[in-house]
Design a binder for this molecule. Sequence first.
Ligand SMILES: NC(=O)C1=CN([C@@H]2O[C@H](COP(=O)(O)OP(=O)(O)OC[C@H]3O[C@@H](n4cnc5c(N)ncnc54)[C@H](OP(=O)(O)O)[C@@H]3O)[C@@H](O)[C@H]2O)C=CC1
Ligand SMILES: O=C1OC[C@@H](O)[C@H](O)[C@H]1O
Length: 415
Amino acid sequence: MFGMLSRIYTAIAPPTVEKSKDGAIRFGILGAAKIAPMAIVVPAKSHPEVVVHAISARDRGRAEEFAKKHGIPVVRDTYQEILDDPDIDAVFIPLPNSLHYEWAVRSVRAGKHVLLEKPSVDTAAEAEILFGLSQLASSQPSPPIILEAFHNRFHPAVQKFLSLVSPADVAHVHTDSMVPWWLTARDNIEFNYALGGGSMMMLGTYNFALLRMIFAAEPAECVSCETRGFGDGVHDKCDTSFRAQFRFPNGGTADAMSTMRGSVWWKPSEARVTHREVVVPNDGDGKADPLHETVRTRVVTLHGFVQAIAWHRIDVKDTFVLRAKADGRTLRTWTEASSHKAYTYAEAGPEFADAAPGEPWWMSYRWQLEEFVNRVKGRPTQFWISGEDSINQMRMLDMAYEKSGLGLRPMSEFR
Ligand SMILES: NC(=O)C1=CN([C@@H]2O[C@H](COP(=O)(O)OP(=O)(O)OC[C@H]3O[C@@H](n4cnc5c(N)ncnc54)[C@H](OP(=O)(O)O)[C@@H]3O)[C@@H](O)[C@H]2O)C=CC1
Ligand SMILES: O=C1OC[C@@H](O)[C@H](O)[C@H]1O
């Protein structure tokens, strides 16, 4: 318990490091959003190559207040002024989802690197345009870097979990995530259709991304999608919770459920992967055994796939059956169970030796920033989310919204 509290405390109030004199990337933030401190301001404190240089908000007073509280030296009157500022190298975009497209396109056109909040945009059609912008092409002299800020995908716990999964053999996956009701007011951007709201957009997108990584494939079909809303005649196109089922190309199935109006206590998100039976080498002396075979069914569960820093656990349960090849008779069954945690890549295991050393108190946002900076600096990255990945992610969201009957989120009119 003390370890957990100390880790969370240091994550929120990390040691501040000295900044690189000439090599630091100067960030501007578009909007004094609630997520901005956790996603960029705090992680930047412990990164020697990141400086949060400027902020703008629709209301200057709000931006000034934010700047004062977080020690940001420059306040601009508009988002565009941040893009026009030659002192800014990169922008963080924590705007409502419906504004991601416009401001990401404007930022890329202005030559800025972009850390773009999830979901990247409102629809797959927007994602195709954004990530296909000619300015991003690798043939350009120094194309800007753009990353959908799927922070949890950079955390060692998620990567460790994936290393225990065999995508081709996945038979079924269950995922759930929740936010307690007292964290989300009815008039928040989460439930505003015009602003790209909905529980699948805001929270379910984590479940969907994990499913895509677990199967290492795109879903073939959204089989069903049931949603719930306030039912007040105002927020009717926004889901407050959902349950969707998908079918993947290997024949495996998956369900995803989230609620943004959950019970009072936080329940860590959960992903439970059930594999098909696979033949494994026989137990014992390793000699070939013509008469028997051993099969294994593996269930891997990750508790805490959204916010692994707070707490997570990876459970592996292998059920083995030794049977006679001649008639399939079961001769023996046994199980082996283990639990793992990975707050750093060193803890995740030797297969992650090339990943950044990091610190156990690094939040997923800090792991994400590490790789973002590596990309901007032209250094190799261990983990990344390509534009194509973000497009496919939006296709999955579109698929589910269409199946639900709520329809796609609105397209931006910006061109
Ligand atoms: N990575 C994560 O863990 C999380 C990510 N998110 C994502 O971050 C983004 C922002 O979420 P969150 O911080 O919760 O939201 P907020 O409502 O706190 O912030 C949104 C910001 O958008 C600006 N804005 C511009 N136009 C509008 C408008 N028409 N209506 C409302 N706001 C407007 C506001 O900036 P201004 O200051 O200029 O008024 C506001 O600060 C979303 O894309 C969301 O999915 C959200 C929570 C967690
Ligand atoms: O990214 C997110 O994670 C946690 C939720 O509270 C939030 O609304 C969502 O956007």
